[in-house]
Design a protein around this ligand. Sequence first.
Ligand code: ZN
Ligand code: ZN
Length: 447
Amino acid sequence: MRALIPAVAAAFLASSAFSAPPSDVGYDIVEGLTTEVGQRLAGTEAEARARNWAVARLKALGFANVRIEPFDMPVWVRGAETAEIVAPFPQKLVLAALGNSGSTPDGGITAEVVGFSSLEALKAAPDAVVRGKIVFVSHRMTATQDGSSYGYFGAARRTGPSIASNKGAAAILIRSIGTDHHRVPHTGVQNWTDGATPIPAAALSVPDAEQLERIIARGKPVQIHLALTPRMTGVHPSGNVIAEVPGRDPKAGVVLIGGHLDSWDLGTGAIDDAAGLAITTAAAKRILDGPKPKRTIRLVWFGAEEEGGFGGDAYAKAHGAEKHALTAEADFGGDRVWQFRTHFADPKAPLLAELTTALGGLGVGPGSSPAHGGTDIGPMVQRGTPVIDLEQDGTRYFDIHHTADDTLDKIDRAQLNQAIDAWTAMLRVVVDTADPLAALPPQPQEN
Ligand code: ZN
Ligand code: ZN
């Protein structure tokens, strides 16, 4: 029978059912990375495989100086996670631990729930109300095109656990920082601040959070049994993968672009952030295939963004003293670019008019607020590097963000290609502009 297997396999592969789509640099990166690596949690063996995949792909595309720049980071991994309402209406809840969550003892914990409709309400609560309880924060976020609601509502995830811990809570559950109504929880990072002791911290799916709200509103004491077994595994290597389009004039400064290679562990990281890698890499590849630009493009596939921007910090530490003409990152999914923003030393820089002309043809106009970049390029922006944000449509981004649903089928190829066109138009201008791109004064560190 053994001899038959290759023949059967060959016949199967020859059928058109699984044939590959036509070659396309951007889409092929998302498809390849999500299929051949899958999830790539920061600091794990999966992220190391992703780095090797990245090096092979970037070399194959013809980029110069392709290399890995390693750094170390503390690594958190998910364990088992279950929750159920024990009283008054017994039923299971769907949840996912938040990054750096503490764990419950063996067998889990059972405790009374105390609910808050916002992070402000939790902050205002006396410690005695919270002590020994499972805190539930049901802050609800709505979708916006620019994604700006994430800044405010995301605080329930980023700082809620430390606030609850410092008030003596046994654990914290938050309503997912998401805009969908699927029974799929949204994970994401939180950090223990102000000396907070790690406690179990998890996000309920939006329907589960709404169910718990209704049960609490019935007015009877609510008991939950919670078992979470994530753990810190120690300090392990992560790394940035770097590739370049060499420029003619080393004194003109580097154009730093990229996205992040790591993903959360629940989905396969298609929109967050294989799409950003695809957009920036496909655009840089078009410059690589054209006349040699004045400025060098440095493309970075940053490691360990999700767990706290370790890759961006490592990059700035290694390269912060080099002259950077400009920076931009793509970490907001795969949908179309609808607006651009800039932050230049000269608000009337000639480059602004050049960009307005180049992007206007794609239906992308200038916005009214300054660009700020994201987590990966943030440390370079703080050092005064001029920055451009090509803002992508975020209307559906937080339906999928950090969930098991972040998979390849969510990529809209037409929108991905529009974003690549916009990035290409932007890069064509900035690599050769005569604008001196003066540095800005360093910005104070945000917290
Ligand atoms: Zn991201
Ligand atoms: Zn993310």
